[in-house]
Design a protein around this ligand. Structure first.
Ligand code: AMP
Ligand code: MG
Length: 401
């Protein structure tokens, strides 16, 4: 048996680098950028007009000119047309390129136009107003996005703007979710009173989807031979096996035995924690990792968030998140020599602090409780009483703000 901190350390030491790959940029949301992105030209690429109106030379306005002859009309996308006299202006639209012979845009609201003559009706005109100058945001060849960040909608927008059809992103591990148990039936089957529907596979898949990580699913009955054959196949086909069930002391819990027979080295079995104590973790000689979680739905859920997602961050498949702490909203007592992961709802108090409201549940089989909770609070081992107002780390599994 290892402590939570030891289990975390052992898993962290098994970080992997799966390299990188080119992916069409629209399909990269949530992935990790593996290259710096550069501006292929100045942003904006020209002096860009930000209001519909007329463009003039400011010096003419300073001299007192208010009436201008409209020399041309410039739409967004047009090559700009110059004025040749200071008493001329051009009508110009938002997004259009400003002619070099003008320097100030007066919006339509401050101009009266009739018969090709524009009269400025406002007094407070500033030189250079309503312009977004060439190269103001980024210069050509500037880095516009650094490698290592998670790809967001804003980054996809930037990739489109700089003409990057494909982005180099960190490669994902090939993951299979394996559930075990003779009592489990699929979602559309009618279970007997002694059976349950297989929910863990879908829970795991959904959490992985939140992390932009696809995975295949497989179910194995509690049969030693089938377990051996199927796990052997998976060790050849995948980088990571995420298993649930079959790792406890039961007569039909074959998973640890079979894994070790197949050459998967046990790095730990059992963690001093509640829920999720029977968690088994190991690797084979090719580096394939096996996270074998206890089947109780809350245990699987906790272990996934507490160990597997941080491993993804360690392996640079997901960006690192800062640690989040919350303040206990009521006293809690926990006497077992275990690190307790308590389900909590998370709110914000008047001081702007995150608060954790304990949610009573019925143990690691009570997955209905997860719907009422937002996070697990990690209450350190060896302490009996946890007081209202004390802050502890939380592991959110929902968006909390
Ligand atoms: P085990 O770890 O195999 O002893 O399973 C512990 C408990 O979790 C049992 O009550 C199982 O029925 C339940 N369980 C195991 N796997 C799943 C699953 N995929 N979906 C829902 N419940 C499960
Ligand atoms: Mg089982």
């Amino acid at each position: 048996m290892v402590s939570v901190a030891e289990a975390q350390k052992i898993i962290e030491l098994q970080d992997r680098d799966y390299g990188s790959e080119l992916v069409p940029f629209e399909q990269t949301l949530g992935r990790i950028l593996a290259e710096d992105l550069y501006a292929d030209r100045d942003l904006p690429p020209c002096n860009r007009v930000t209001m519909d109106g007329i463009a003039i030379q400011y010096s003419s306005f300073e001299k007192g000119i208010r009436v201008y002859k409209v020399a041309a009309t410039i739409a967004a996308g047009d090559a700009p047309t110059d004025i040749t006299e200071e008493s001329e202006c051009v009508e110009i639209m938002t997004g259009a390129a400003m002619p070099d012979s003008t320097d100030t845009v007066v919006r339509y609201e401050d101009v009266a136009i009739s018969n090709g003559i524009a009269t400025i009706t406002a007094d407070d005109i500033r030189k250079g107003q309503n312009l977004h100058l060439k190269g103001r945001d980024k210069k050509q060849c500037d880095v516009v996005a650094k490698a290592g960040q998670v790809i967001s909608p804003a980054l996809i927008s930037m990739a489109a703007s700089v003409g990057k059809r494909e982005l180099l992103v960190k490669k994902l591990p090939r993951v299979v979710i394996i559930t075990t148990g003779d009592e489990l039936v699929d979602v559309d089957e009618q279970p007997t009173p002694y059976q349950v529907r297989r929910s863990n596979s879908y829970t795991i898949k959904a959490v992985l989807a939140q992390n932009a990580l696809p995975a295949n699913m497989l179910h194995i009955p509690d049969d030693m031979e089938i377990t051996r054959t199927k796990i052997k196949e998976c060790l050849e086909l995948y980088d990571v096996l995420l298993m649930s069930g079959g790792v406890s002391m039961g007569k039909f819990d074959y998973v640890p035995r079979v894994l070790e027979e197949l050459g998967v080295t046990k790095l730990f079995h059992k963690v001093q924690q509640r829920p999720g104590k029977p968690f088994w973790f190991g690797k084979d000689e090719m580096g394939v990792l096996v996270f074998a979680f206890p089947g109780n739905p809350v245990s699987t859920f906790l272990c996934l968030h507490r160990y597997f997602i941080p491993w993804l961050m360690e392996s640079k498949v997901k960006s690192r998140k800062s640690e989040v702490y919350a303040v206990l909203d009521s006293d809690v007592t926990f006497s077992a020599q275990m690190q307790y992961f308590m389900q909590v709802r998370v709110g914000v108090n008047e001081q702007g602090q995150l608060i954790a409201i304990p949610v009573e549940g019925n143990g690691s089989g009570d997955f209905a409780n997860l719907l009422d909770s937002d996070a697990f609070m990690e209450l350190p081992m060896g302490k009996l009483n946890f007081k209202k107002g004390e802050a502890y780390r939380i592991w959110p599994f929902k968006k909390i703000v």
